[in-house]
Ligand binder design. Structure first.
Ligand code: AHM
Ligand code: MG
Length: 329
């Protein structure tokens, strides 16, 4: 008989939380709710071609983009898990124009921001997609108002993602390093597989949608050209890798070293990605892993959210590469 060796996510969370004096177990429960919803979404993602869940839902989300059925399903699952828990007072989701505040949870401690299924263009074609989440502590009790989400990334108490890839992983931080858990499908449990993830300081991968090259600033074009320059003594040219799923591109670069850029373009002056539930959580993770995240001018973590669905350019990954990209601006 095989003996279980890896620590489970639940065990890890309880152990981590017990080092905080006064911890009540509510955060642990919130994380478990997110993990459970992730497992349910994972189940549907894995059999997506078999059941009637691929394709358009026939509606547009608040940014005027087509909503896929799996996006809707994922949003419903995470909302249901968070609603049925006792710990989350309200959620800001990419799929909902306004915040969703839960009845009877006016005194709950936490707020969650999430992109329930990111990388929507990849849903129908069996390419990795992910869920991104960010957790804030409420500063007051009572009816939740939208402005309670208007914070900086520095105020996050936890952030993470679930990647539905060749295996399914949950990666998260509470400001104490970054840990990754792989779902063992035979027992339906996330097990610690990547303890204390550190992003390499440098790397040889750049991830940017080069189809937008002629819409980028001269500074961004210069950085792309620098990545392509033939300088074997400096390890260049780099490899271009762009999946078009932020979670998957970020995860690869986190492990292998590299840079992900979604810049300002002439057609999208603030870039495409959303500050509250895409860029800020990734920034928290990469900083905890020793890397960096910037909008080109300042650290993502310092930017004040002013609108739920606010977009910002994103430069994130290995610190040396982010510094280099910023130096060409
Ligand atoms: P989505 O939230 O609608 O899925 O959009 C976000 C995605 C990111 O996952 C990905 O990095 C980016 O959009 C790709 O955009 P593009 O196709 O413009 O390169
Ligand atoms: Mg998204």
């Amino acid at each position: 008989m095989l003996l279980r060796q890896a620590k489970t996510l639940t065990e890890f969370i309880i152990e981590e939380q017990s080092s905080f004096p006064g911890a009540t177990g509510e955060f642990s429960q919130l994380m478990n709710d997110l993990a459970l919803a992730g497992k349910i979404v994972n189940r549907e993602v894995n059999k997506a071609g078999l059941v009637d869940i691929l394709g358009e839902a026939g509606t547009e989300n608040v940014q005027g983009e087509e909503v896929k059925k799996l996006d809707v399903f994922a949003n419903e699952q995470f909302m249901a898990a968070l609603r049925s828990g006792q710990e989350c007072a309200a959620v800001a989701s990419e799929e909902d124009e306004d915040i969703v505040a839960f009845d009877g949870r006016e005194n709950a401690k936490y707020l969650v921001a999430m992109d329930p299924l990111d990388g929507s263009s990849n849903i129908d074609v069996n390419v990795s997609i992910g869920t991104i989440f960010s957790i804030y502590r409420r500063e007051r009790t009572g009816k939740v108002t939208r402005d309670e989400f208007f914070k900086t990334g520095k105020e996050q108490i936890a952030a993470g993602y679930i990647i539905y890839g060749s295996s399914t992983m949950l990666v998260y931080t509470t400001g104490n390093g970054v840990n990754g858990f792989t779902l063992d499908p035979s027992i339906g449990t996330f097990c610690l597989s990547h303890p204390n993830i550190q992003s390499p300081k440098g790397g040889k991968i750049y991830s940017i949608n080069e189809g937008n090259f002629n819409r980028m600033s001269a500074g961004d074009q210069n950085f792309v050209k620098w990545c392509q320059e033939v300088k074997p003594e400096e390890g260049r040219p780099f490899s271009a890798r762009y999946i078009g799923s932020l979670v998957a591109d970020f995860h690869r670069n986190l492990i292998k070293g590299g840079i992900y850029i979604y810049p300002s373009t002439t057609s999208a002056p603030n870039g495409k990605l959303r500050l509250l539930y895409e860029c800020a959580p990734m920034a928290f993770l990469i900083e905890q892993a020793g890397g960096k995240a910037s909008d080109g001018k300042q650290d993502i973590m310092s930017i004040q959210v002013e609108e739920l669905h606010q977009r910002v350019p994103l430069y994130t990954g290995s610190s040396e590469l982010v510094d280099k990209a910023l130096s060409t601006q």
